[in-house]
Design a protein around this ligand. Structure first.
Ligand SMILES: Nc1ncnc2c1ncn2[C@@H]1O[C@H](COP(=O)(O)OP(=O)(O)OP(=O)(O)O)[C@@H](O)[C@H]1O
Ligand SMILES: [Mg+2]
Length: 467
């Protein structure tokens, strides 16, 4: 069954009321019994003493005859007070209930003997010619106390029912604003993410409604960011595709082999550019902060550098660039290997693209204040300080018209590389810094991770950065 606040509250309150009723009835029983004991004990004494007075005054007359039990002509009742008179020799001379096998005990006062197999309360009045006993079953007192407790139970139960009814009514009334809020949300279109009106929401529900509102605000932001991205992406795709069409036309019109091969070459470049753009767009989509990360693993940055660097070796050699690794021993971080490889890939690509022949690109790791650092350093033109913020933006390219080695007509950049680098770094709790190369002109990119990963992959989730 679904959980319901109404049912739960009702169960608790009605349960409490029933328990309370039972307690009241029990208390009534105990208190009544106590009162009754006092009153009836007194009665027993009065009866015993009264009957004793009678027997003493009639004693001379009784002694003239042999003791004889005066029979009763009605049935004695269990609830009544029974009286017994004995003479001084211990002979029973009167019994109001001959069924009761009471014994002669000449001791003044109250006693609680067991007679037959019942508990009794007996008052014994001793006088100079015998004793008188007034006796009552303990069970009959209990019965009377039980009856008076039972009498108040129906009232208590009726009260429980009335209170429960009032509660249901009150609760339904109190929860009505929630229905209104639910109707408000249900009646909306998928695109309408305005906040729920909180003016009529009761205080208890306010935190929840506020949380929903803040979630909707975040959704709204992320929707509009996606819309902008989609529009930008479509815009960016249009350019290389228009170029492709143009180059195709040129190819068709080429008169000789020379023209044809020139057209084919630029067509090839155009296709590469479009391919690169689509690949980078896909990467951006994968690094979306709302998307899911693969489970974080312990990744050694040294291993990562070795693996990612290798495929670049021949291209670097062909471009006359000295591509080297500076590894400082294990630099463990918690991360997603695939995404970290994508990050490093983009940085190395940028460095190689902007470094002129004869230049140097160093890729390496370091420990800085207990934090693992990944760096890529090149001897290219670098990025002026004023532009270091801007280049992380989507589709931002500084060198469309050629700047450095790979610029100009050969540039297939889409302006998304550093966007991807930053997004991946942020998902790993890392920061990216662009700085001047210390040993001369060039750029150094440093990605600084949070504290080194513990030996066993402990609290990986702690590293996840939710926006
Ligand atoms: N190592 C570098 N040296 C000089 N300039 C750089 C370097 N790395 C990046 N830049 C500049 O920053 C800009 C943005 O780089 P980013 O990697 O985001 O895009 P891209 O390389 O042009 O395209 P993509 O990487 O998406 O193919 C580049 O156009 C370039 O001008
Ligand atoms: Mg790039």
């Amino acid at each position: 069954m679904m959980r319901s606040i109404e049912r739960e509250l009702l169960a608790w309150i009605v349960g409490t009321l029933l328990l309370g009723s039972a307690l009241v009835a029990m208390t009534t029983y105990v208190v009544t019994l106590d009162e009754m004991n006092e009153v009836f004990d007194n009665d027993l004494r009065n009866v015993a003493v009264g009957v004793a007075t009678y027997h003493r005054s009639n004693a001379p007359h009784e002694q003239a005859h042999a003791p004889v039990l005066i029979p009763r002509d009605d049935e004695p009742q269990d609830s009544e007070i029974a009286t017994f008179a004995w003479d001084a020799s211990g002979t029973l001379i009167y019994s109001s209930d001959p069924r009761v096998p009471i014994r002669y005990v000449a001791k003044e006062g109250l006693s609680h003997p067991r007679i037959g197999n019942e508990d009794w309360i007996v008052y014994t009045a001793v006088h100079d010619r015998g004793i008188v006993q007034a006796a009552q079953r303990r069970a009959s007192r209990r019965e009377m106390a039980g009856e008076s407790a039972a009498k108040i139970l129906p009232f208590l139960l009726a009260m429980a029912v009335v209170v429960a009814g009032l509660l249901i009514y009150g609760l339904r009334r109190g929860l009505r604003p929630l229905d209104a809020a639910a109707r408000d949300v249900a009646g909306r279109s998928a695109r309408s993410l305005e906040a729920i009106d909180t003016s009529a929401v009761p205080a208890e529900l306010l935190p929840m409604v506020r949380a929903i509102n803040s979630l909707m605000a975040k959704l709204d932001q992320s929707f509009s960011a996606q819309r902008t991205f989609l529009a930008d992406a479509a815009h960016e795709l249009r350019t290389p595709i228009a170029a492709l069409r143009l180059q195709l036309t040129l190819l068709e019109r080429s008169a000789d082999e020379l023209e044809r091969s020139a057209a084919t070459a630029s067509l090839k470049l155009g296709v590469m550019r479009a391919q690169r753009l689509i690949g980078q767009l896909l990467a951006v989509a994968r690094t979306d902060p709302a998307g899911s990360l693969d489970p974080l693993q312990r990744v050694d940055l040294d291993d990562l550098v070795r693996t990612v660097l290798e495929p670049f070796a021949s291209a670097a050699e062909a471009a006359g660039i000295d591509l080297g690794a500076e590894l400082q021993g294990p630099a463990p971080v918690l991360g997603d290997t695939g995404q970290l490889a994508m990050l490093l890939d983009n940085l190395i690509e940028n460095a190689l693209r902007h470094t002129p022949a004869g230049g140097v690109v160093d890729v390496g790791t370091a420990m800085d204040d207990g934090r693992p650092v990944l760096f890529v350093r090149d001897s290219g033109p670098g990025i002026p300080a004023a532009d270091r913020e801007r280049v992380f933006g989507r589709f931002v390219r500084r060198d469309v018209n050629g700047n450095g080695n790979g610029g100009g007509g050969g540039d297939v950049g889409s302006g998304l590389g550093l966007t991807i680098v930053k997004a991946i770094a942020e998902r790993h709790g890392a920061t990216v810094r662009l700085m001047d190369r210390a040993q001369g002109p060039g750029l150094e990119v440093r990605v600084r991770f949070p504290v080194a990963a513990p030996a066993s992959g402990a609290n990986a989730a702690a590293l996840r950065q939710d926006s």
